[in-house]
Design a protein around this ligand. Structure first.
Ligand SMILES: [Zn+2]
Length: 160
């Protein structure tokens, strides 16, 4: 509190709001240092979650990640992306659920796709879209597999 310049009453109020929002839970009392025993708090792991999906050419893996970073409720689905994006999008909509019953796809069907966001790690790597430096060139399943294969092949054979 001292480092933040906040009054104890302000911190207490904010903590209470987080408890009421289900983002923190009380986990008992700590040892007293002469005054009132402190309330112990912990992050409510599933108080808020981010839904995640990994789309491959033949599968979709969906799951949730809580505030503590733990993934849970992971499911794998087999899809055939050669049939176009519809089966995958339908599987995603069914699995993740969306508030109005429809997945927002945008005017060109790729809303939310961050594959072609430029990232420093991709530097000057050419992308299938024709640009360079896209996230897809370093973070797609194919890019990771290619990189792993290159690393494995660059190592000297055992015993040499
Ligand atoms: Zn791209």
């Amino acid at each position: 509190m001292r480092e933040l310049g906040l009054a104890a009453s302000t911190v207490s109020l904010r903590v209470q709001e987080l408890v009421e929002a289900g983002l923190l839970t009380e986990s008992g009392e700590g040892a007293s240092r002469g005054g009132r025993r402190p309330r112990l708090l912990r992050v409510a792991g599933q108080g808020a979650v981010a839904l995640a999906a990994d789309l491959g050419s033949r599968h979709i893996r969906t799951g949730a990640v809580g505030l503590t970073g733990d993934a849970f409720d992971i499911e794998d689905h087999t899809v055939d992306l050669t049939a176009g994006p519809e089966p995958a999008l339908d599987a995603l909509a069914e699995r993740l659920g969306v508030s109005d019953g429809r997945l927002y796809r945008g005017a060109r069907g790729s809303a939310g796709d961050i594959s072609h966001v430029r990232v420093d790690e991709a530097a000057e790597l050419p992308c299938s879209c024709g640009n360079i430096g896209c996230l897809e060139t370093v973070a797609s399943g194919a890019a990771i597999a290619t990189r792993c294969g290159a690393l494995v092949n660059s190592r000297p054979p055992k015993g040499k």
